[in-house]
Design a protein around this ligand. Structure first.
Ligand code: PEP
Ligand code: MG
Length: 380
């Protein structure tokens, strides 16, 4: 692009930034993505998904955790994950120095996280066919994976449920965040980590995890002599959470709408099967004009958002509220979130400029909405 065009776009963006009330953050899980998001004008990270940090080369550590027979074995596996997680967070906090970074506790549906059953079974069968001794590790793993198999993993043991039943997991992740904060502070940085709990249905889940989070933060503060305080908040991504937001806000310092799961569970549509034939038939027949996974469904999901914003703020007037589902970067949805009175939207790094523009247009077009508030304090 020509220098004039670049200049014109920059002026345009400056104008949008000058009028918009919504903050714009990015969803990023790596220091590289965080740095890119910052170059695009992101004012923090609204969602750092930590499940990606358990895949790839780290799978053997996860397998060791799954196969652990004793507390000591499990703790050893977690202890090997800890420095890796700490390193992940240090890098992201450094890239976003001075800006909020919302780190979400582990939320994989089990099928994404466990070794693949079919692959294991094929490997074992191949060994048998060759007449060689099948690997004992593979056999044990297949047994464990079979025991944990779920017919409906997206509605199963994921999010906070996993955190509450897998001993040591939440503590390991929170320790990694806290130690990364200490490391960055000692290096003269300004790390602003926030801890977010996924897939909350009831305030009790948040109360239990919140206690664990505060216990670990206090422990690391004590050990290091550096006071680590991180706001603890929750995703609102199930209808029950939206409908009981007033209660949940008693335990949450911030809300972030997970509109991907909220759309899935409100409509009862699998978010992983939107390519399915009936979905395109619905689009063809005009049941809806655009996919509710793309643009916020104002009548259904949007009403749940409205209820949660109103009840959440009634219970806790300073509750910070954002959205980190795909809708956070969709132009029409950004207008909706502006009117609904959210504090920020969070989207993929590449959609940040569009979100900034649309947030500016929304501010020029309309009123701040019934729950409207001043936008987040943003650094230059
Ligand atoms: C969501 O559900 O909207 C969300 C942001 O979480 P994830 O996409 O990781 O389930
Ligand atoms: Mg979700």
């Amino acid at each position: 692009p020509s220098a004039e065009l670049v200049e014109a776009v920059a002026r345009f963006m400056e104008r949008a930034d000058g009028v918009r009330r919504l903050g714009v953050r990015a969803n990023a899980d790596t220091p590289e993505d965080a740095a890119r998001a910052r170059r695009f004008g992101a004012e923090g990270i609204g969602l750092c998904r930590t499940e990606h940090m358990f895949l790839g080369e780290r799978r053997p550590l996860v397998e060791a955790m799954i196969l652990a027979r004793t507390d000591a074995e499990r703790d050893r596996a977690l202890a090997r994950l800890l420095p890796l997680q700490r390193q992940d967070f240090t890098g992201i906090l450094e890239a976003m120095d001075g800006l909020p970074v919302t780190i979400r506790l582990l939320d994989p549906p089990l099928h994404e996280f466990l070794p693949d059953r079919t692959e294991l079974a094929v490997r074992l069968a191949a060994a048998q066919a060759r007449g060689t001794e099948p690997s004992a590790h593979d056999r044990e793993l297949l047994d464990a994976v079979n025991r944990m198999h779920e017919e409906n993993p997206m509605l199963g043991l994921r999010g906070v449920r996993l955190g509450l039943v897998a001993p040591g997991l939440v503590a390991m992740q929170v320790r990694a965040v806290a130690e990364a904060v200490v490391e960055r502070r000692r290096a003269g940085g300004d790390p602003r980590a926030e801890i977010m709990v996924p897939l909350i249905d009831t305030v009790e889940e948040l109360r239990l995890v919140g206690e664990e989070v505060r216990r670990v933060l206090a422990e690391v503060s004590e050990e290091s002599g550096v006071v680590v305080e991180c706001p603890v908040g929750t995703m609102i991504e199930l209808p029950r959470a939206a409908l009981t937001a007033g209660r949940i806000a008693e335990e949450a310092e911030f809300f972030s709408f997970g509109t991907n799961d909220l759309t899935q569970t409100t409509w009862g549509f699998s978010r992983d099967d939107v390519e399915a034939a009936f979905f395109s038939a619905y689009l063809d027949k005009g049941v809806f004009k655009v996919s509710p996974f793309e643009t916020i469904d104002r009548e259904g999901v949007g009403r749940l958002v409205g209820i949660a914003v109103a009840e959440g703020r009634a219970a806790r007037p300073d509750l910070k509220i954002g959205v980190c589902g795909e809708h956070g970067g969709d132009p029409e949805s950004v207008h909706f979130f502006h009117t609904a009175g959210l504090d920020y939207v969070s989207c993929s790094p590449f959609r940040v400029p569009v979100a900034r523009l649309e947030a500016g247009r929304a501010a020029l077009a309309g009123t701040p909405g019934p729950n409207g508030r001043a936008r987040e304090v943003r650094s230059a």
